[in-house]
Write a protein that binds this ligand. Structure first.
Ligand code: HEC
Length: 137
């Protein structure tokens, strides 16, 4: 028998879950599962993620790659190339708030990939990228 109190506790758990549930690992597996739909057997690669991060895309002169704003050292602060505002370190080891919200991650992948890469990043690239940021750096 579910009491009213249990019910409310469950509701709170469910809503807390949907807002804060993501971890870098859960995001990597989510994107990897998405990528596997079109490339069966897909496995995230920190090495490919690193080249996404450092590749000179040549699309935007002002921001040729991700390190333009995030810096080369993912454990250190970056600086926005246009606004000059500080950007907290990319590595979750240095910044526990990293990769904890799917909505935030999606919003910034969309904006930054479009500007730097010239198109949206694929699910495979996102899985590789977060794998690199959390394990390869
Ligand atoms: C013009 C500056 C700029 C460039 C270039 C840039 N970013 Fe960002 N990025 C930001 C800012 C600002 C934020 C939001 C502030 C924060 O999360 O610290 C952000 C946040 C993110 C996040 C969200 C992380 C989280 O914790 O949820 C991801 C993912 C991301 N960027 C990926 C990339 C990738 C991939 C590239 C290269 C293709 C890139 N960024 C290039 C400025 C930039």
């Amino acid at each position: 028998m579910i009491t009213k109190k249990t019910f409310i506790t469950l509701l709170l758990l469910v809503s807390a879950n949907s807002t804060f549930a993501e971890t870098p690992a859960s995001l990597v597996s989510g994107y990897a599962a998405e990528a596997a739909k079109t490339s069966p057997g897909f496995t995230p690669s920190a090495k490919r993620g690193q080249s996404l991060f450092t590749n000179e895309w040549g699309v935007s002169q002002k921001m040729p790659n991700c390190t333009t704003c995030h810096g080369k050292n993912i454990k250190a602060e970056g600086k926005h190339v246009v606004t000059e505002k500080r950007i907290a370190p990319f590595s979750p080891a240095a910044n526990p708030e990293r990769f904890s919200s799917a909505a935030k991650v999606e919003k910034w992948f969309k904006r930054n990939c479009t500007e730097v890469v010239g198109r949206e990043c694929t699910a495979a690239e996102k899985a590789d990228f977060i794998q690199f940021i959390t394990q390869g750096g």
